[in-house]
Ligand binder design. Sequence first.
Ligand SMILES: Cc1ncc(C[n+]2csc(CCOP(=O)(O)OP(=O)(O)O)c2C)c(N)n1
Ligand SMILES: [Mg+2]
Length: 890
Amino acid sequence: MIENLDPNSPEAIEIQEWRESLRDVLKLSGPEQVQQILDELDTEAHISGVDKHFKLNTPYTNSISEKEESPYPGSREIERRIKSIIRWNAMAMVTQANQKLDGIGGHISTFASAATLYDVGFNHFWRAPSDEHPGDLIYYQGHASPGMYSRAYVEGRLDEEKLTNFRRELAEGGGLSSYPHPWLMPDFWQFPTVSMGLGPQFAIYHARFIKYLENRGLKQKSDQKVWAFLGDGECDEPESLAPISIAGREELDNLVFVINCNLQRLDGPVRGNSSIVQELERRFLANGWNVVKVLWSSDWDSLFDADTEGALEDLLNNTVDGEFQKLSTAPGAYVREHFFGRDPRVLKMVEHLSDDEIQRLRRGGHDPQKIYSAYKNAVDTKGQPTVILAKTVKGYGLGEAGEGKNISHNQKKLNQDEMYEFRSRFGIPISDDDIKENPFFRPAEDSKEMKYLSERRKALGGHLPQRRPKASQPILPPDEKAFEEFYGGSGDKEVSSTFMYVRLIGKLLRDKNIGKLIVPIVPDESRTFGMEGLFAQVGIYAHDGQKYEPIDRKVLSYYKESKDGQILQEGINESGAMSSFIAAGTAYSNHDINMIPFYVYYSMFGFQRVGDHAWAAGDSRCRGFLIGGTAGRTTLNGEGLQHEDGHSHLVAATIPNCIAYDPAYGFELAVIIKEGIKRMYVEQNDVFYYVTAMNENYLHPAMPEGVEEGILKGIYKLYPAKEDKAQVNLMGSGSILNEVAAAQKILDEKYGIDAAVYSVTSYPELKRNAEDCVRHNLLNPDADEKVPYISQVFAGQEDAVFITSSDYVKNLASSLTDHIPGPYMALGTDGFGRSESRPNLRDFFEVDRRYVTLAALYQLAKKGSIEKSVVSQAIKDLEIDPNKLNPMYS
Ligand SMILES: Cc1ncc(C[n+]2csc(CCOP(=O)(O)OP(=O)(O)O)c2C)c(N)n1
Ligand SMILES: [Mg+2]
């Protein structure tokens, strides 16, 4: 750039002439002609061998020039007063909470920097759901929640008690959750956003899901928008920016990102030595977004007008963020000398401004006019998503208490003097004494501010945020016939539980009640699970259809992409698939459509890969089925350490509203899915299901009589012992159940021991039920004791020993120890997996039929029912190597 050139040098003069020519063309022939000339010159330079370096940045100025701005439709003055009141209450709420209980936390500076960004949206853009409009969907930045509570208070939706109890949810009368949590405030917050990075990703997939619903004819097309507010620091989370390519590719013009570029995160500057705005601009432009930079307020317009040589622009282009942060709160004289003074031409441009006026040159993100124009541009943009990069000051308005300082983020309260100053700066009519008593302020109902506020929200359909807790209609359950085949077993055919799952979903997709509501989701693993038959049956969703003839068009299960395709094929992208799962599983609330997602994936790339997404699904009150395919540490053979999952059930159990099952047989699966659909979509409970499916082929028996309740509660008797009271009760789950059943035979045939076999479909459900009973008994010593289901099942079996084996870590089964009436031993797969065959893995992890037999004999010997020598002999007979490696440590 010409900053380093002598302005009188021939080079500088030549550049100046080119600039002037460009301006002339613009004036005479318009911007299209300018673009054409630039393109031609580009080509010419290329042909002439000029080594171009590709540039994906515009100057560090506003994208929308003053001339292109949209006129502001509201009263700037009243809006400023309303905004000041909202700012005040947000600050006062956090301050008061921390005065009352030091350390209760909260954030002041995030909303302080973003207040104008939110207010322009609330006053002019964001529609609440109403008969006329489905409503816009806003992902509020989690740390800005005080601002949303404050507005809800001023709008009369929250009372003072609630504000007083910010972060005191257990206080009498109820309080307010720290951040947006639909679980805790189900008629207020829609989207949990405070695990940074998830909000932006969820917003992208939600916007795409809306297009999916529209393209499939399930939702009427509209101009509904998804807005996501992000911090600039938040953009360092891979989840924030990785999926922006999807939004660009899928032309999501129903999506708007607003990135609050206050140049700071928690510890300090986001990019001290460079520019976060320019970096983000490059990334979004490269991914096909409409990028709107809102960097400078109207105060700067005349300076840019005067900048005919681009000297100011050069100065801005060459200033790093660390310096901008310093300048944001520096006195005017300092800014004049150390910023404008860097170029004599620019210094001259600010000659007419006083130091105070220089200090008051605001940033674009605090100027409603600039923000309005940017938002207008965003909602009018067709064919691509928009990102607004708004430059602000962190802690704006806090003054000495933390404006633009590195400690801003952690500022939790203002002292008295700082509060007085804040009050005066924003003109809040509360006296010094009243601030001490009750710091909140709501103008009188008949004040201009209140009338304006309520008129604006009325015009936009009502209050926001708001969440629909239940769908207006439950679904009609699927036809029972879809499940019947599975109750009969697989006959003489050996099949996997995954095969059963795929058959079942194929049937449900044809069901007249729920078929169209199902959303099959896969991350590039359909063939792994044998699901490719569904490609042609229901199609793969592609917003632009299929522009090519697929190479396998002649086969039945060809790769069919279509605009109304039902499958969401997410590519190798589990976190994206989880985001789709959440978008679909919360559609009952966000769109009043009971979509039923079935997301199937490698179970190892589920909870441990996207555990935070699963937690957010729980918080979101998401419904649907997660199907952990290729599950089990020894059932998935050959794949080794990275793929063999032996702990997803343990993690699933940590999510309070996740109901997890490890079924072995088709009928168990059918009973579980049938109940899940009823519970989530007929009864409208906010739970979601995790069900594992395996790839080992075996015979599936027919369903014994009367076991449905046991399947759902977590355990039932599959093969009884010969006598009523067995010597041994064997428990198994998943495909290890077959090993357990085989051990029953060995015990009988070789050792004359009578054993029963139980199928455990869910340790976590049994444990939850047991904990619930224990708690009841603890708190109600005089009431009848509640007996856990697991103890009821084993009532009268005190003389037996109990052995369980599963393809998961032992902790899962050991969690029941207290509730099993006799000696109990859990076999499981603790340790890293191996690439090996199924039998060798089961030997390695000591979970196969031989170890189940050995464990039973050992426990019987321990209690004196058989001789110890029987156990020693069994080790030899069963060909068990007692000196083998301990899988837990190896
Ligand atoms: C995944 C995750 N990591 C860390 C945090 C803790 N945290 C909360 S706010 C914050 C800084 C936010 O900076 P920025 O995104 O720039 O937002 P600003 O407050 O500046 O608008 C951090 C590190 C979090 N909430 N989530
Ligand atoms: Mg920031």
